[in-house]
Design a protein around this ligand. Structure first.
Ligand code: ADP
Ligand code: MG
Length: 610
């Protein structure tokens, strides 16, 4: 196979121009960053830049936690406090090296965040943000009332950092350390988001049911992003303590927690470089206003908070995704981007599972039952699907077909009955565990991550076929496996006729292609049993025929398929056996010919009494 080479439609010349312009600009920014302390700029600028770097570290965590994973935290300042107090206490009272203080702060933060995360991350909706407010207040209150920590006065005389004998007491020296931490943090977060665990994390914001069905433990990833965010905040606190040379409780309170969230939203809640923009804009505005407002208004007070509120409202109206994405959008208009070039030529194929022997019972459903309150959606339904068969599950709307799918795949718990997959009883298992046995599925209402590319969405289907974890991804040690995963995703997309859409955002696809993408995603897991809920809905005739051909080919390869579909031509021409459901019960099971000849089925579809 030739390597897949994706370029945008706007032509290579303009795109090359664009990437050169981008590179030149990025290079200029890096150079300025690196040279800033060497230039004859006022000390104040350096101080500002240092604060921006330290804020950005915290905001980076919030980008992951709130922007990407959808978990709002008002409490990040408390973790900054843990990092700051740990090093302040150890270095002043016990005379330990601040570098040990860093390690101690990280360990302390890890412990506290694990406990807090374990308790609060199971909460949903508004309870989580409320819980973060609660522990932010109580951690701050605890710090402020411990004699050991100097109560409200805090700890004075925190030493400056030493780096191999070089003192970092000077702001210009600290600048390099702070920005090294911040940039390394940003790069690690970017690497993480573009990886196997990153795709799972990006599903946390609104596609958890789908991710679980692909084998992802979403709770585990919530804990992981919570820990990463807390640790980034803790590093920021460590730096802060050695910049300020004193710590007290006030910078680690709820107000600062809210301001970190403000910076995140302003910069672009889910964009990594937005963290720096948000922190920068916040710091500059806040300082200017602190000077300006009392002069204008003739009295002192925290007026800047009002102005920041107004800025936030304006932003949500005119650049709801944040400043950085708005800038990116403008830049993309001016200089159209070249599509990403990917080269997975020579990537080894992923391991695949052995197929169950043809004709063996693969899925055995016995007296399966589901009640929603008084409604019996699935009423003691039994059937057996044999390996290598395509089985249709048909029936009028509301018959209980999708619910049956949800029970078999573990998306919903059954109220009764048994499900055996390859001889293993799986009723009561979570969907991610059932997925490990080789079951994959699509959803009647497409479930995807709209702001991720088609290729990435499909690669999430291959989650269980990879191993690389969070740390490996952050350190970019996962590239070989990533190439294999993406190559497999591309292969499945190609097979389903979607090779021209790899780099499109999934949310921009029409409904038909979205369904095809879901099938490719399910195939990417190398399933033994594939559950398709209305795969042909929204497809044109030609596309339906192509899909039927693909499904036949899959059957040829030993895959078993259970399929819900309303298009009778599609079902009758494709399936080996059919189960008909009505009002939650199984009406009949038989070959397509038998089902077509059944008076009961006709009655069910025409709605007449029988
Ligand atoms: P089908 O896929 O055959 O059209 P469904 O399985 O979606 O039917 O639905 C079967 C019945 O169960 C319908 O009456 C539907 O309203 C009900 N139902 C499905 N899911 C739920 C739910 N989560 N809560 C309550 N009722 C539900
Ligand atoms: Mg349905």
């Amino acid at each position: 196979m030739k390597s897949t080479d994706v370029t945008s439609a706007s032509g290579p010349t303009r795109a090359n121009h664009a990437s050169r312009a981008n590179r030149v600009m990025a290079g200029a920014v890096w150079l300025l960053l690196a040279a800033l302390p060497l230039l004859p700029v006022p000390e104040f600028w350096i101080t500002q830049a240092n604060y921006i770097g330290m804020f950005a570290l915290v905001v980076l965590g919030l980008v992951l936690l709130t922007g990407v994973a959808g978990l709002t935290s008002f409490g990040q300042a408390a973790f900054v406090g843990l990092g700051a107090y740990a090093t302040a206490l150890l270095s002043t009272r016990y005379g330990l090296s601040p570098w040990l203080g860093l390690v101690a702060g990280l360990l302390l933060t890890l412990g506290v965040a694990l406990v807090l995360g374990w308790i609060t991350l199971r909460m949903s909706g508004h309870y989580l943000p409320l819980a973060t407010i609660a522990w932010a207040l109580s951690l701050n209150y605890t710090i402020a009332n411990l004699d050991l920590l100097g109560k409200y006065d805090g700890i004075l005389g925190v030493p400056a950092l030493q780096f191999f004998g070089i003192s970092l007491a000077d702001g210009r020296a600290m600048y390099y350390l702070i920005w090294l931490c911040a940039v390394l943090g940003a790069v690690a977060v970017r690497h993480l988001l573009d990886s196997r665990p990153g795709r799972a994390i990006r599903a946390l914001g609104g596609a958890t049911v789908m991710a679980e069905a692909m084998g992802v433990s979403t709770f585990r990833y919530k804990v992981i992003v919570f820990l990463i965010a807390a640790l980034l905040a803790s590093v920021s606190g460590w730096l802060f303590a050695h910049v300020q040379r004193t710590v007290n409780p006030s910078p680690f309170g709820l107000r600062m927690g809210i301001e970190y969230l403000f910076m995140t939203v302003v910069g672009g809640v889910s964009s990594v470089w937005g963290a720096f923009v948000g922190a920068g804009v916040f710091k500059v505005i806040e300082d200017q206003l602190k000077e300006l407002l009392p002069r204008l208004l003739g009295s002192n007070g925290n007026f800047e908070i009002i102005v920041l509120g107004v800025v936030l409202v304006l932003m949500l109206k005119y650049a709801p995704k944040g400043l950085w994405p708005a800038v990116q959008l403008l830049a993309a208009r001016r200089w159209p981007q070249a599509g990403r070039r990917r080269d997975w030529q020579g990537a080894a194929a992923l391991p695949s599972r052995p197929r169950p022997p043809r004709g063996e019972p693969l899925l055995r459903v016995d007296r399966l039952r589901k009640q929603f309150g008084g409604l019996v959606a699935v009423n003691d339904v039994s059937f057996t699907l044999h390996a290598g068969d395509i089985m249709g599950l048909i029936g009028p709307n509301g018959a209980g077909k999708s619910t049956t799918f949800n029970l078999i795949s573990g998306v919903l718990p059954a109220s009764g009955g048994t499900i055996e997959l390859g001889g293993t009883p799986v009723a009561g298992w979570p969907s991610r565990r059932i997925a490990r046995l080789g079951l994959s599925r699509t959803f009647q209402h497409v479930k995807m991550i709209p702001d991720m590319t088609v290729l990435e969405n499909v690669a999430l289907g291959g989650y269980l076929r990879g191993r690389s974890g969070t740390l490996k991804a952050m350190l970019r040690l996962d590239r070989e496996e990533e190439r294999r995963l993406l190559a497999e995703a591309a292969r499945q997309l190609q097979r389903i006729g979607m090779q021209d859409h790899l780099d499109e955002l999934a949310g921009n696809l029409a409904l038909g292609p979205q369904r095809l993408m879901e099938i490719a995603r399910a195939l990417c897991s190398d399933p033994s049993l594939l559950l398709l809920d209305e795969p042909a809905a929204g497809l044109r005739l030609k596309e339906k025929q192509a899909l039927a051909d693909v499904l036949r080919q899959l059957r040829q390869e030993g895959l078993s398929i259970l399929l819900v579909e309303h298009d009778m031509d599609f079902v009758m021409g494709l399936t080996d056996r059919i189960v008909v459901m009505e009002f939650g019960t199984r009406l009949i099971e038989g070959t397509p010919a038998e089902v077509q000849a059944s008076p009961a089925v006709r009655a069910a579809y025409l709605g007449t009494e029988h």
